[in-house]
Design a protein around this ligand. Sequence first.
Ligand code: TXA
Ligand code: MG
Length: 340
Amino acid sequence: MLSAELKLQIEEATTRLKNGEVVGFPTETVYGLAARIDSEAGIKRIFSTKERPFFDPLIVHVASIEQAKSCTSEWNEMAELLATNFWPGPLTLVLPKSKNISDLITSGLPTVGLRWPAHPVAQELIKAVGVPLAAPSANKFGRTSPTKAQHVREEFGQAVQVIDAGASEIGIESTVISIKFLNDQYQLALLRKGAVLQTKMNEVLFKTRLRFQWVEAIDKKESPGHMQHHYMPSMPFIVCRNPHLKLSELSTILNTRLAELPDLIDGVKIIKPTQAIKKIEFLKLSNDPAQAAREVYSQLRAASLRKPEALCFIQMPQHKGEMWESIFDRLYKAASLIVD
Ligand code: TXA
Ligand code: MG
């Protein structure tokens, strides 16, 4: 049961969405910035509020499999299998889009990303609106994703309503996979790693008679939004993949290599130190990958606010396994420098 306060917030959000506004809302992965899929003004406002380029498609959020079916022209057995096993949850399925999904949402692609989020507030909001919601993560383009309502307020200010339901439980964005049927079998491509792990999907897949293979998404156009840099904090963030490096050696490397960095990386401004770095702050994450995922973005944001000269994460041998791969996918993109 949701509290009366949350119900009121959902009611206000529903009205705003009807008026073509955008609204911040919680999901179990990260906070999203929503607009109704049938509101062109709302969808356009997502891009302008985020300062997001139109080539990066939005994920459509639904609250039932029936609703998902209305967004795709090809709900197949593979989609049904994965949806029944992993929805509601942090998995986005990319399928051919139906007519009610505009080109604005998909950036002109013939496919749409669909997800039924597990968060009860997200589900209540979608149900109250009665129409699926297009929603990217609620951060300025290229910046760190929000896992708390406060993060969304810091991004967009008071003009955007945010439904506050505390911290997101998973902490990193959904796993994105594309599903195609070609030459008598399903071709699955992992477009973004997340908390639904490939081995877990395989466990389900191997129990069925469905023929499938995992393929690389070769065509860049098919996996847009996968730029090299993303989630970036405002100060230099360094991932050091060599745990044996001494602090003095690391400082020397940073002082030469940071000076060579451009001021803008993929459109995101990085405040470079003007003098030699004296003190490096270290990002500390739990050794438990579920907890590390939950805290990684808020730690990056908290560090950004403290404005250290540089922030560094040391990759350790124990950071192994699929969930750590999902986390490192974010850390490498957030890094202005990777040191080996
Ligand atoms: O967990 C999540 O997925 C969060 C919450 C709010 O649901 N949303 C999210 O949205 O991470 P966003 O916009 O930050 O990331 C969406 C990404 C795109 O950048 C793109 O990589 C992929 O999903 N995507 C969406 N539609 C696609 C499509 N038709 N084909 C290929 N990739 C697509
Ligand atoms: Mg995002």
